[in-house]
Design a protein around this ligand. Structure first.
Ligand code: ARG
Length: 268
């Protein structure tokens, strides 16, 4: 028995030495860039609302999408660690403004109103508001959309779709009373499927993704104004704005931006 214990403890010691060697080897490989005293990378926090495919969505616990990959590519260029915060779309601008998040990347349209609160990077993509209806619906064209109380419009709260739809009829909207606001575009689409709203106003690429993922939905022909998507950054943080714009310009020159977008939006 004693002998067995002795052998066992020798084996244990050898195993521990082997483990130390292996663990040491691993950390060396991770941190050894010729400078072993390197400080951990600074964190770059990105606020988004990850229910907006193909720009941002969740695959299990992981985040995926155009904005996620662009943000990661920017963080890599800045030698920072990207941290993703999945929040309500309407809280992104305020959180960026207050410094809670370094940047907001969420298929976010540049608008005059938002520019009063934050700065925007150069635009990296464009979007268009479109209308999703149930297949076989009486609503066949944009002209059939009425703000007379005969139908309800579903939108994601605080998005440009919400802003347009909720505007007065004189201003080209459908009237606030006829609009139901949901936390995510995905929720608005579920409400459409359940017949709670008769039309959903949302950006074209998420619209295509939702129609592809759900049976019985269709996108109406015709579209509203073209919108520019850009990254929101606090007005005071001009240093980050410059860095992000430089990174975006580099990604564009390298063809990386187009590569990321093509991966998620294959040319038709
Ligand atoms: N482009 C629209 C806007 O800026 C909708 C963006 C919604 N984005 C999202 N990640 N849910 O208002």
């Amino acid at each position: 028995m004693k002998k067995f214990l002795k052998v066992a403890s020798i084996v244990l010691v050898i195993a521990m030495i082997a483990c130390f060697a292996a663990c040491g080897g691993n950390t060396d490989a991770d941190t050894n860039n010729g400078d072993t005293t390197e400080a951990p990378k600074a964190v770059l926090t990105m606020a988004t609302n990850a229910a907006f495919p193909p720009y941002e969505y969740k695959e299990g616990d992981a985040y995926a999408g155009i904005d996620i990959e662009i943000a990661q590519a920017i963080a890599d260029k800045l030698d920072m660690t990207l941290e993703i915060k999945d929040v309500e779309f309407g809280s992104i601008i305020g959180g960026v403004q207050s410094g809670k998040f370094d940047m907001g990347i969420a298929g976010m349209t540049v608008t005059d109103e938002r520019l009063e609160s934050v700065n925007f990077s150069t635009s990296y993509a464009t979007g268009i508001q479109v209308v999703i209806v149930a297949e076989g619906s009486d609503i066949k064209s944009l002209d059939d959309l009425k703000g007379d109380g005969s139908m309800k419009f579903g939108v994601q709260q605080d998005t440009t779709g919400d802003i347009y739809a909720s505007d007065t009829i004189e201003n080209g909207g459908y009237g606030e009373d006829n609009v139901i606001r949901y936390k995510t575009g995905a929720d608005a689409v579920q409400a459409l499927k359940a017949g709670k709203v008769q039309a959903v106003i949302i950006d074209n690429e998420p619209a295509k993704a939702f129609v592809a993922a759900n049976e019985g939905l269709a996108i109406l022909d015709g579209e509203w104004t073209k919108e520019d998507y850009a990254i929101a950054i606090a007005k005071e943080n001009t240093e980050l704005l410059t860095k992000v714009n430089d990174a975006l310009a580099e990604l564009e020159d390298e063809g990386k931006l187009a590569e990321i977008i093509d991966k998620y939006i294959p040319a038709e």
